[in-house]
Each structure stands twice: as C-alpha cells, then as structure tokens.
Design a protein around this ligand. Structure first.
Ligand code: BYC
Length: 330
C-alpha cells in the first residue's frame, strides 16, 4: 500500500467505552452535529487528519491551475479565454480559503508549502495528466470539477467549521466550472466530425483518472473509518464514485459520446450503473510520483514560488515600513 505520510496516531477505531472522558465528550458533540471550531478542544489525531486532508485539498487547487493554465493563450475565442481565466483564478481563491482553514489548526502556510515543494505532501492524482488539446478543457471542467462537486457537497456539512464554511463557496464556484466544461463539450459535439472526435478522445483519456479521484476502494481506504466517525467524511470513496458514474453516464449519452468502458451496464435491480475494474496500478504509480506530469507540475510550482519571492519580500518591507512609528508633525 502507499505510505501514509502523516502519522495521525490512529491505528484502529475505538468504541465509545474505550475513549477517555474528554474524547468521548468530543465524539458526543460530533454525533450531535455540533461544529468543531478552532479554539475548541480536539484530539490530536483529529487535528492532524484535518491538516492532512485540508492541505492536500489546498495543494490540489493550486496545482490544479496548471493543466488549464496551459490553454489560456490558445483558447479558441476571446469569450472562452475570459471564462477560462476566471475559472483558473477561482481555483487560486479556493487554495487560499483552504490554506486559511488549515492555518486555524495551528500549522503555518510556509510549512504546508514546504511540504508540497519537497514532494512530501500529496495533491490530487488527476492533475498529473496532460492537457493536450482544447477538448481537454471541456473534459476537465465537466469530469474533474464535476467529480470535485460530488466529493465536496457533503464536505459543506463536515464537522470542522472553517472547512465546512469554505466548502460552501467553493461548491458554488465549482458548479459554474462544471457547466463551462460541459458547454465546451456540447459545442464540440455539435461541431464537425473532427471536433466530435476530439471530444470523444478527451473523454477516453479523462474518464478513468476522474474515477480515481475519489481515492482507493473502500476496502483499501486506510483513513475512511476514522474520518467517518469524526464526520470529516460523510460518504465512502466507492459511494461517491458510484454517484459520479450514475450522474455522468446520461450526460455522455446526451452528448452522443461513448463511455470508454466495455463493462458498463445499467442494473435495473440496483438502479445503478455497473462499471469495469479500475486500473489501480496506474493510480498507485501516479501517487508514487511517476504519473505523466508529476515532475513537471512540481517543478512549475516551485519555480512560481521562487519567482514570487521578490513580491513577498516587498509586501513584508511595506508592512514593516508602515509598522514603524511615524514622525510626529507639529
Ligand atoms: N490523489 O484512505 P484514503 C479539485 C491518498 S481539487 C492523491 O481513502 P482519505 C479541483 C490519500 O490522501 C480535488 N492521493 O484517504 C481543483 C491517502 O494518503 P495519505 C481534491 C489520494 O483522505 C482545481 C491514501 O491515498 N479534492 O477537484 O480518507 C481545478 C489513502 O486514501 C487520492 C479533495 O482533496 C487521489 N485522488 O480520502 C479543478 C477533497 N485519493 O494522506 C478541480 C478532499 C486518495 O494517508 N479530500 N489519496 O498519505 C477528500 O475527500 C479525501 O482526502 C479523499 C481521500 C477522498 C481524496
């Protein structure tokens, strides 16, 4: 199994009887649907789990700008360019809300960014795939942001107040992102046979990586049980993945495209689509840093950070100058 980089100290779920009185009172508050706020007492493992998940989420937002940034200069119309720019800017905003939410747990943004830049921290596997043609902008908005919404809507009700509140605004913006992606796909599918083929090709390449975004299968998910008990996770990885398939297949049909899965079939009895086996070796490989773009993504992020050093220095110098006592004017 891939290593858990953050040791939260939780090895197995403990029953209520096994919890210390303070932990038990904490679990009772969670079970009663009370939001946990930064100054409240919390178990150290809860704090570490949240820092892990929220910071991975923040890193995903800012690394997630890179595959789309690749297409700003080549968007086919001025309107598409303006929409794409606005979307990418939103992702930066999401990163900032999430870093701020993580900071409420007592970790600094510098520490979090150092972990990203050294390759120690994870970010979503999906952003290690290349965007090789304009249809990829459609597929990313539709499938990647679409999957993000499915994962994040429940997080608006998670137990940690600052994370839950950040998610409300993020989800509203993700909804616009998913629609703009589907709009690009619709335009291509109504276009020439070559354009429709571009849309199919993008769907073929993004379908399986989008399903992997939801994480390993429930049987392999090391963090799920404890995160579910703490209401950091409200649905399992497999439940959300199934929701994505059920929601997206009719959209594929509406576009007149084909899901690249020979095993996909509607099950009348369960009311769900059955789908083929995910290639988990590909997922593990991407998590180990060996996806098509892992190295390029990290290099680009580190360079952007280093290139911005003069600006951060200028901000600090400006703040110091204004903090100095001003000479009194007689
Ligand atoms: N990629 O026990 P599990 C976006 C890791 S932003 C990489 O199931 P957990 C967008 C997992 O971290 C999308 N790693 O873990 C942005 C764990 O390793 P560690 C990001 C993955 O946390 C810009 C190990 O595998 N969304 O959509 O219970 C533009 C075992 O997994 C992945 C979020 O971050 C993956 N796909 O569940 C457009 C949402 N999956 O940490 C769009 C918040 C699993 O133990 N995060 N791993 O070393 C979550 O909901 C949960 O963290 C996950 C994983 C469902 C992702």
């Amino acid at each position: 199994m891939y290593a858990q980089l953050v040791d939260t100290g939780t090895q197995s779920l403990r029953s209520l009887e096994e919890l210390a009185p303070q932990e038990r009172a904490f679990q009772d508050r969670i079970d009663a649907g009370v939001k946990i706020e930064p100054k409240d007492w919390m178990p150290e493992a809860y704090r570490k789990t949240l820092i892990r998940q929220i910071s991975q989420h923040a890193h995903s937002e800012i690394v997630g700008q890179l595959p789309e940034g690749n297409w700003v200069t080549r968007a086919p119309t001025l309107q598409r360019k303006a929409i794409l720019l606005a979307k990418i800017q939103d992702e930066a905003g999401h990163g900032l809300y999430l870093y701020s939410a993580a900071e409420t747990l007592g970790v600094s943004r510098d520490e979090l960014l150092a972990a990203l830049h050294s390759g120690k921290a994870k970010y979503s596997s999906i952003f290690n795939y290349p965007t090789i043609n304009w249809a990829d902008m459609g597929a990313v908005g539709w499938l990647v942001d679409g999957s993000a919404i499915i994962n994040q809507i429940p997080l608006c009700r998670c137990s940690y107040g600052p994370y839950a509140r950040a998610m409300i605004r993020v989800c509203k913006e993700e909804s616009f992102h998913a629609r703009q992606g589907f709009d690009i796909m619709m335009a291509l599918c109504k276009g020439s046979p070559e354009q429709k083929q571009m849309a199919q090709d993008a769907l073929n390449r993004w379908w399986w990586p989008a399903l992997m975004m939801f994480g390993p299968s429930d049987a392999e998910s090391v963090n799920s049980a404890q995160s579910a008990q703490w209401r950091i996770k409200l649905h399992s990885n497999d439940e959300l993945r199934q929701r994505m398939v059920d929601q997206t297949v009719p959209q594929v049909e509406y576009l007149g495209l084909n899901v690249p899965d020979p095993d996909l079939r509607w099950n009348e009895d369960t009311g769900h689509y059955e789908f083929g086996e995910i290639d988990w070796s590909e997922f593990h490989n991407v998590l180990k840093g060996n996806g098509p773009c892992n190295r390029e993504r990290l290099r680009t992020r580190v360079k952007a950070y280093e290139d911005g050093q003069w600006f951060r220095d200028a901000l600090v110098a400006h703040a110091d100058k204004h903090a100095e006592p001003q000479p009194r004017v007689a």
